[in-house]
Design a protein around this ligand. Sequence first.
Ligand code: FES
Ligand code: FES
Length: 151
Amino acid sequence: MTLSLTINGKTHEVRSDPDTPLIYVLRDELGLKGTKLGCGLEQCGACAVLVNGQAVLSCVSAVEAFDTKEITTIEGISGTEIGRAVQDAFLKMSAAQCGYCTAGLVVATTALLSRTPAPDDDMITQALTPHLCRCGSHPRVLRAVARASNR
Ligand code: FES
Ligand code: FES
């Protein structure tokens, strides 16, 4: 089956099994390795991508569910002003150690600030709670979110 995926503004024809989780198509077929596989069980947030502007986990949902959607991975996140600001804030605040969780956090923060430019603490906590970081970088992540939202 051929699927047509729109990823980072480009259309890709992929011939995957339609039941394949999206992340395997991104990483193994399209070479977009920035999206990370952590738990593979929708429990850690590492695999988040933007789908029509929302942060969506890519490790379980089948690729066919994304056939007509606009997908943005971490490779394309700097294509928007907010995405660029978030990436820059994470860099400036050194909001990563090993970096394994970082793509998911940048995606989640970009989705949050795109719908709510000045979120309160509860909104930030709600948006980022699904994202685990084994390195304990959360305090610096919160500073990066504050910087990106000009707080
Ligand atoms: S790898 Fe998808 S949530 Fe953990
Ligand atoms: S920076 Fe290592 S898991 Fe978050």
